[in-house]
Write a protein that binds this ligand. Structure first.
Ligand code: ADP
Length: 490
């Protein structure tokens, strides 16, 4: 019988302890799914004040860093058996609020010191420079905040294989060159085939250069980032490492996002009781002051109001969309210019456009349940969650086929409708008019109730659970740990 794989999973946020984005969902759910498959995972997080307040975590070791001692504390991820290590240092434990930003929304100026320290402390634990004797078969790093861990591991002459996962290449952790010495990084790492990036220190390059394997959160995004348009100056490096780069789609939390049991919606339903879904549409219309109409096609959108998400395309398309028999409901917060335009649209077309500016998870659930179709014209989307939630709720996504959207939504064509695989609609290009065309196409299908019902049932039958992703990670882990000792990024 083979021994359990032991994995250290390092991240800067994990649901439900601390969350700013999709990374937290991955770090909160993937380790649980891996544990169910028999992997022994320890999650490592910085010991932020907000995290320490929520847990009892005993001290298991002291570790010296370039900024004095840090404590390693041990606890468990809430409601699970997954072990959790916290790197407790005043740079984390005395900082309240958002993990990366101050109250004004600006980056903490000492972020390179904070995350550099987090990485160095973990490398020293792995090198057995502390009382912790635990051995790992593999170290899994996530996003720029853990990018220097493979570099410090190299400095410690560790041969434990490493994986680096890109959740969004747009965030790279780039800081002035002087930090290279301040973080006590090995001098050999200061070159353009190390962590130097246009004379600056790049955290993410640590992961991309030094890790044995690179993953990202969808197969299509893994291809796209090898091209200039999506590569943010790193496409050459990613192309060079393409044999070591794979895409594994994220899962969704199928307990929280299940229309059959969801306590946040007006009426629960499943694929056999789709007629009850309309109760949610009526409740949503009531709540947002739109005319109650069970038959009108309702288009939903939830998300950050930033260009990445194509919210500008939705706002640009509104004058044409309101000429069609549809209602549009938008919930989001983000850039002021988009929030203002949404408020204007709501007052210009009060019977057609409903909106909420802000962050409200309960309403997000009701939109998923109450809408007929979900608009997601993202310009790029490493994975995306809402298109998967939508399908689970029988709400057909209308997407621009990029990244994870291309991998998780099957365009309704004559062929895919005939073979029973269609689950949504693809825009034919990235423009306002393409969005209008896709809505017109969806409306035509909406008027064919049997076809619409078939698309809904197919969408609801998709299995987006974490189990699938975890199996793929496990395959990768096994392959890499078998090669350990013979391979190595550097
Ligand atoms: P990203 O991580 O790029 O923001 P994802 O689709 O991967 O995009 O995940 C975003 C998550 O945050 C989704 O679950 C989405 O519903 C949620 N979300 C974003 N904005 C809001 C909001 N204003 N209210 C409620 N939920 C929101």
């Amino acid at each position: 019988m083979s021994r359990k794989l032991r994995v250290l999973f390092a991240a800067s946020e994990a649901y439900p302890l601390i969350k700013t984005g999709g990374l937290a969902d991955v770090a909160g759910f993937l380790p649980l799914a891996l544990q169910d498959l028999g992997v022994e995972v320890i999650v490592a997080l910085p010991g932020y004040a907000r995290v320490l307040e929520q847990l009892k975590a005993r001290v298991i070791a002291y570790v010296s860093t370039f900024r004095g001692y840090a404590l390693i504390r041990e606890s468990r991820l809430p409601n699970s058996k997954v072990r959790l290590w916290l790197v407790d240092h005043p740079l984390f434990s005395e900082r309240h609020g958002n993990p990366y930003l101050n109250d004004e929304g600006e980056e903490w100026p000492d972020n390179p010191i904070r995350f550099g320290l987090f990485n160095q402390a973990l490398a020293r634990v792995l090198a057995h420079r502390t009382a912790i004797g635990h051995k790992f078969d593999l170290v899994h790093c996530n996003d720029w905040q853990t990018g220097l861990l493979p570099v410090y591991m190299h400095q410690e002459q560790l041969v434990t294989p490493t994986i680096f996962t890109i959740h969004n290449l747009a965030y790279q952790g780039i800081y002035p060159a002087s930090y290279h010495a301040e973080l006590a990084l090995p001098p050999s790492s200061w070159s353009h085939d190390g962590v130097e990036f246009h004379h600056m220190l790049s955290f993410i390059k640590g992961g991309l250069v030094y890790a044995d394997r690179i993953t990202t959160v969808s197969p299509s995004y893994a291809e796209e980032i090898k091209h200039d348009e999506f590569g943010y100056g790193l496409s050459g490096l990613l192309l060079y490492r393409s044999d070591d780069l794979i895409g594994i789609i994220n899962g969704i939390d199928t307990k929280t996002w299940n229309p059959a049991t969801d306590p946040l919606i007006a009426a629960t339903y499943d694929a056999e009781h789709l007629d009850r879904k309309v109760e949610n549409k009526l409740a949503l219309q009531r709540q947002l002051g739109l005319p109650e109409d069970p038959d009108v096609m309702l288009l939903g959108n939830v998300g950050r109001m930033v260009e990445q998400k194509g919210i500008d395309l939705i706002l640009d398309a509104l004058p044409a969309l309101v000429r069609q028999p549809v209602q549009i409901v938008i919930e989001g917060s983000g850039e002021a210019r988009f929030e203002t335009r949404l408020a204007e649209a709501m007052s210009q077309w009060p019977d057609r456009v409903g909106g909420v500016i802000g962050y409200d998870e309960t309403l997000a659930h009701l939109i998923e349940a109450g809408a007929d179709a979900f608009l997601m014209p993202s310009r790029f989307e490493p994975c995306g969650l809402n298109q998967m939630y939508s399908q689970a709720y029988g709400t057909l996504p209308i997407v621009y086929p990029t990244g994870g959207l291309r991998d998780t939504v099957v365009d309704a064509t004559e062929q895919t409708i005939a073979d029973g695989t269609a689950t949504g609609f693809w825009m034919d290009s990235l423009s306002r008019s393409a969005l209008e065309r896709a809505v017109t196409e969806a409306l035509a299908r909406y008027r064919e109730p049997s076809v619409w019902r078939q698309l809904q049932t197919t969408a609801m039958g998709q299995d987006f659970s974490w189990k699938h992703s975890a199996k793929e990670y496990l395959r990768l882990y096994r392959g890499l740990s078998r090669m350990a000792g013979t391979a190595g990024g550097r």
